[in-house]
Design a protein around this ligand. Structure first.
Ligand code: AMP
Length: 189
């Protein structure tokens, strides 16, 4: 079982690359953003709890996020491998993920950081706005999400770097070119 974290700021292409990786390798995809969106859309108690936070572009508290992640992982005892997308976003989440993987007798094998500069991110999200409506893609909220990324989430990178598990990939290029780079890494014996 190989487990992968796909890491990057909003608009880096995590969703696009996840889809391609899942169809090629059969990963179980766990996106905490998608899980939270499902809850808000269905107006569950958790959805009501996180809706305002998400709409503001801020991060949901660790305790809530870690709980939902554990619950989701537990639903897939037969998984050939997990692809974590949008998680971890804090060092506390990264530690919790390591503990969880260890308890399952496995580990996070690869952490891939898709690197895209801020100007390009804004350009991509402006384009995404014309295709789908996400309240947190609005200008002010997007600013908050980018700030959260550069203030909090980026600190997760040294956590993995120190352990030699981080690979940085240039997220500016063609979708297929970036995908090929990720595959080359995953296919290495
Ligand atoms: P995403 O689709 O991954 O950009 O997530 C959308 C929103 O969900 C984020 O802006 C946060 O409010 C919340 N969220 C998703 N994943 C996490 C996480 N790992 N930690 C905290 N908040 C999260």
């Amino acid at each position: 079982m190989k487990n992968l974290v796909l890491f990057g700021p909003p608009g880096a292409g995590k969703g696009t690359q996840s889809e391609k990786l899942i169809s090629k390798y059969g990963f179980v995809h766990i996106s905490t953003g998608d899980l939270f969106r499902w809850h808000t859309k269905n107006n569950t108690p958790l959805g009501q709890q996180v809706k305002e936070i998400m709409n503001s572009g801020a991060l949901v508290p660790d305790a809530v996020t870690i709980a939902i992640l554990r619950e989701e992982v537990a639903k897939h005892p037969q998984a050939a491998g997990f692809l974590f997308d949008g998680f971890p976003r804090t060092v506390a989440q990264a530690e919790a993920l390591d503990d969880l993987m260890k308890a399952l007798g496995t580990a996070i094998h690869h952490v891939i950081a898709l690197e895209v500069d801020e100007q390009e991110l804004r350009k991509r999200i402006a384009k995404r706005r014309t295709l789908e409506s996400r309240p947190d893609d609005e200008e002010e909220k997007l600013n908050k999400r980018i700030t959260e990324y550069f203030n909090k989430t980026i600190h997760v990178l040294p956590y993995y770097e120190k352990q030699g598990r981080l690979v940085r990939i240039n997220g500016v290029g063609t979708i297929d070119g970036i995908f090929a780079e990720i595959c080359a890494l995953l296919d290495k014996p």
